[in-house]
Ligand binder design. Structure first.
Ligand code: M6R
Length: 614
């Protein structure tokens, strides 16, 4: 979703801002803009609808300079994508300029109040309302910008990460956050600002994550000052970020998504490394060990997540229930937070999120906290909001995921859930040692098996060309592979815009089978496991209605591979680890269909990488 970049120091701000905006493109956006204060203290705003490259072309015709600036990529919420609605927004006197991530929920009431005082609006955004409110408070009370921002933020309801330039104070940026992340990078006599650390790490690894309702006064040649919106001082906690800049580049791959699919053997290894001992006979997921009393005493686990992370949660449910015999519920975070769930201190919440910033998942965590539940986070983005809001947790350690369609984060989440279930089951002393050891050993084998599948990339690319005609797809799976069917369908729809649905295979005859005809591609996950014969019957039912079957089978399969119209052979693994294998060809299939259709794979329309609004 929207992205923020800021710079103040002794260097030219524009190259840093434009590069930062490009690095933030992965978050998803539809317009972009920057504001600069030049050497004559003129405050200028430049903005365009569309890509950052269009903004760059627009600005290339201008004569710009300045060492203080802010930049923004906007993902439309209030008002269509347009130049007028793009950020930064000027105040009415054009002495202030503001960028904003989040939503001001009471913007309408504030707008009416400002209109009554004679203010007019250039855009339909909630953001412009905020900058005019700040300006109004500043002028009518003759206040410094900091105090005006404090008063304005006390009045607004909603979420925000903001940065403001003030023409009268070219040496300063004021920034604030509530429920929308903001990171300040501390360089050598310079500061950077980002909605995440991505655009900052090239310059510094020292960062401060702003907390809710904190305001940062970022001033040239002065130490960073942080106060709350109620003017209480706060000490900036400086953290070190460990991120390799090469992880943010595509290298030789045409898209981040393909790079991230191919990274999975390594990212999975990174996820288990250090958690399984050298002799392959012990797992130490430290968060589980450190909190085992709490976890073992749990009446039930409730997994909250959205999208792909929710699919990983469905697999986690099966892993935890079968290994640990603890009941698990899996909830869409967006539903959980609004339905007054029955939850108390005997419950353990597992919040799963790649970005660690998903607004609904974060809100579900906050709700569960108020009811006294113990919260365990499974996140990828280090230092993001969810890990900071939870009692404990485990990182997936799969490295930054840039492509909007989640791939390596999914396999990382499933792996952490498997490690969690195994560790807990061992602590509970209910898992047979032979099963424990066999599962650990197989986890170590998975990266090699993933490589085997990736070798079939060309074959899957060729297969994909056959299906670019399709307007619909059905994905079927059972047991551990039912959530993978959902995930395969999600991957296809988000990047190729082909309508796709995932079902448990046996559910077909309860309705969806009516959709089957000789034009309907049906992807069936039919690997060799305890439900093989059942899936075979389901395939026969589709075949009888002339559906086109694309089957994922285990290497050496002699039955389903003969019936299917097309098949992809996969290495055998344990049934409960099958999703780590079966997800990969579905990611590749979706990727290649989208490429064949000429789609913008890494930044599909309407989607954002970090969904920071509800
Ligand atoms: O960062 P999160 O894991 O919390 O994100 C949740 C969903 O927004 C995300 O998984 C989304 O569904 C992806 N685009 C799927 O590829």
């Amino acid at each position: 979703m929207c992205g923020i970049i800021g710079y103040i120091g002794n260097n030219d701000a524009y190259p840093i801002l434009i590069k930062g905006l490009k690095l933030l493109e992965y978050r998803g956006y539809d317009s972009a803009g920057i504001a600069l204060i030049n050497n004559e203290n003129l405050l200028s705003v430049y903005k365009t609808k569309g890509k950052v490259s269009e903004l760059e072309t627009f600005i290339s015709q201008k004569n710009i300079s300045g060492t203080t600036g802010i930049g923004h990529t906007r993902w439309a919420t209030h008002g269509e994508p347009s130049q007028a609605n793009a950020h930064p927004h000027y105040s009415s006197t054009e002495t202030l300029a503001l960028i904003h991530n989040g939503i001001i929920e009471n913007y309408s009431a504030i707008k009416e109040k400002l209109k009554a005082k004679g203010y007019s609006f250039q855009s339909t955004t909630d953001t412009e309302v905020l900058i005019l409110l700040i300006e109004h408070i500043k002028i009518s009370n003759n206040l410094d910008l900091l105090n005006a921002v404090q008063l304005a933020l006390q009045e607004v309801i909603g979420t925000y990460a903001i940065a403001i330039l003030d023409k009268e104070r070219p040496d300063r940026i004021i920034a604030a956050r509530k429920s929308s992340p903001l990171v300040i990078g501390i360089g050598n006599q310079e500061f950077f600002l980002g909605s995440d650390a991505t655009p900052i790490i090239e310059y510094t690894d020292k960062v401060v994550y702003l907390e809710d309702e904190e305001i940062a006064v970022i001033q040239k040649n002065e130490p960073l000052k942080i106060v709350t919106i109620n003017n209480e001082p706060s000490n900036p906690a400086i953290k070190k970020i460990e991120l390799d800049i090469s992880q943010l580049e595509k290298g030789n791959y045409p898209h981040f998504m393909l790079k991230e699919i191919f990274e999975q053997p390594e990212s999975l290894f990174n996820c288990i490394r250090g958690r399984i001992n050298a002799d392959n006979n012990h797992i130490a997921l430290s968060a589980v060990i450190d909190h085992k009393e709490k976890l073992l005493a749990a009446r039930r686990f409730i997994i909250v997540a959205c999208g792909t992370s929710w699919h990983a949660g469905l697999i986690g449910k099966q892993l935890i229930e079968s290994f640990c015999r603890i009941p698990v519920e899996v909830e869409y975070a967006s539903e959980f937070r609004y339905r007054n769930p029955v939850i108390d201190e005997k419950d353990v919440i597992i919040a799963i999120s790649q970005s660690g910033e998903t607004a609904d998942t974060l809100a579900a965590v906050e709700l569960a906290k108020t009811r006294g539940a113990f919260i365990y986070g499974i996140c990828n983005a280090v230092g993001s909001s969810i890990p900071r809001a939870t009692d404990t947790g485990s990182y997936t350690h799969v490295g930054p995921e840039i492509g909007v369609a989640s791939t390596k984060a999914f396999t990382g989440q499933v792996t952490v859930l498997a490690l969690l279930a195994l560790t807990l089951s061992k602590e509970k002393k209910i898992i047979e040692n032979s099963i424990f050891l066999e599962t650990i050993k197989e986890l170590y084998n998975i990266p090699e098996k993933m490589k085997e599948i990736l070798e079939q990339n060309e074959k899957i690319a060729a297969l994909s060309q056959i299906f670019t005609y399709a307007h619909n797809f059905i994905y079927l799976g059972r047991g551990y592979n039912f959530p993978v069917a959902l995930e395969g369908a999600l991957k296809l729809k988000e990047i190729s815009y082909i309508h796709a649905e995932g079902y448990p295979a046996a559910e077909m005859k309860h309705g969806p089978i009516a959709l089957i005809d000789n034009e309907m591609p049906v992807v069936v996950i039919a690997t060799n496991n305890s439900l093989y014969d059942k899936v075979l019957s389901n395939i026969q039912e589709i075949k009888a209605r002339k559906g086109k079957i694309i089957a994922l089978v285990t290497k050496g399969d002699k039955i389903i591979s003969q019936i299917a119209d097309f098949y992809i052979e996969l290495p055998a693994t344990l049934e409960n680890l099958d999703p780590l294998i079966t997800a990969i060809p579905l990611q590749l299939l979706a990727y290649h269909i989208a490429v064949c259709k000429g789609m913008d794979v890494d930044q599909p329309r309407n989607l954002a990488k970090s969904v920071t609004v509800e």
